[in-house]
Design a protein around this ligand. Structure first.
Ligand code: AHG
Ligand code: MN
Ligand code: MN
Ligand code: MN
Length: 339
């Protein structure tokens, strides 16, 4: 639900969520509360990012996370901010983060809620220190265990069961984009007011684009199918009869955001060294897939719809081909040759 044309003034994210709550029979306000906590965390992280070079948040912590990656100060800070903003609200029973090996419990002094929150607190770590767009990704499920503290079982749910998913992009402006499965909406942060205002209502992804987005430095490790696919996109045999352009930021949030608005395809394929690819299913691929489909796009592992993958581990990785429907279908056709 959104403003009628000319009535956009004052459509904050809070109002958007509240209107949704009013239309949902039996809604308790829990989802609204959780969303407000996430948006608050996003605003706090955005303010740190905006003055990163002055706020002593650049550089590495010296630690290595469960993924085997060097933890940046902002990875750690964003992780803390999210947990602190959400844990006390009584809306979630368990959380999971890229930066934590095991699930994050809700401290016993707070009520256990009915939702499960998983997130990539800071996406695009390699871009923090060079002032390039980074983001936060989140995925919300309903709990499946009956009561008490949530467990890993609550986290290991297929993506099509998501209640909501979204991301915040800390770009030239800060935006929050989310879906509950019916329509994708974008809100831009007015940094002086400190509020997200509706700026992109009901985003639709073009069914075909003219850019591809992939880390071409991995080419020597690609499978023949992926190599042939990209070679085709770079040639006159590309759909449309002329070569696609190439765009690659190296932050999934930024590469996906562009793909959502402009169409085209982003890929992090499995390769000969890493058959599962790099990106994590539960808090990177699955939420982005939920958004892509809700905007008329598609997301595939190359052989399967991302939202149908039954997760078996918290930090499981899957290959990702995401974007315009027809471009993702083409990718699947080429990947099938590798079988
Ligand atoms: P994160 O910073 O959360 O660990 O995620 C990094 C991911 C993702 O943002 C991006 O799409 C990808 O890594 C880039 O990987 P390459 O540097 O291998 O291209
Ligand atoms: Mn990381
Ligand atoms: Mn990430
Ligand atoms: Mn991250």
């Amino acid at each position: 639900v959104g403003p009628s044309s000319g009535d956009e003034l004052g459509w904050t994210l809070d109002r958007h969520i509240l209107e949704r709550q009013r239309r949902t029979p039996g809604a308790s306000g829990d989802f609204t509360g959780l969303f407000q906590a996430i948006a608050l965390a996003g605003r706090v992280i955005a303010s740190k990012v905006a003055k990163a070079g002055l706020a002593d948040v650049l550089g590495a912590t010296g630690a290595v996370n469960v993924q085997g990656e060097t933890v940046q100060k902002l990875d750690e800070l964003a992780n803390k901010i999210l947990v602190r903003c959400v844990e006390a609200g009584g809306h979630v029973c368990v959380m999971a983060s890229e930066e934590d090996e095991t699930t994050i419990p809700v401290p016993p002094q707070y009520p256990q809620g009915k939702y499960v929150l998983m997130f990539d607190p800071l996406d695009g770590s390699s871009n923090i220190d060079v002032n390039v767009s980074i983001g936060t990704i989140f995925s919300i499920h309903r709990r499946v265990t009956a009561s008490g503290p949530g467990t890993a079982q609550d986290c290991l749910q297929a993506g099509h069961k998501q209640v909501a998913a979204g991301y915040i992009i800390y770009g030239s402006s800060t935006m929050l984009v989310y879906t509950t499965g019916d329509g994708v909406h974008g809100f831009t942060l007015d940094p002086l007011v400190g509020e997200f205002f509706l700026s992109h209502e009901n985003l639709r992804m073009p069914t075909r684009g003219n850019t591809y987005s992939i880390n071409e430095g991995n080419r020597s490790k690609w499978t023949p199918g992926v190599t042939e696919w990209i070679d085709t996109l770079k040639s006159d045999k590309a759909p449309g009869g002329k070569p696609y352009g190439m765009r690659y930021v190296g932050s999934l949030v930024a590469d996906f955001h562009r793909t959502l608005l402009r169409g085209g395809v982003f890929a992090y394929p499995g390769d000969r060294k890493a058959p599962e690819g790099k990106l994590r299913l539960l808090y990177e691929c699955s939420p982005m897939a939920f958004i892509a489909e809700a905007a008329g796009g598609a997301a595939s592992t190359g052989t399967q719809r991302v939202l149908d993958v039954e997760p078996t581990a918290l930090h499981q990785r899957v290959p990702l081909f995401i974007g315009s429907k027809e471009d993702v279908a083409d990718a699947e056709r080429f990947v099938a040759k590798d079988a």
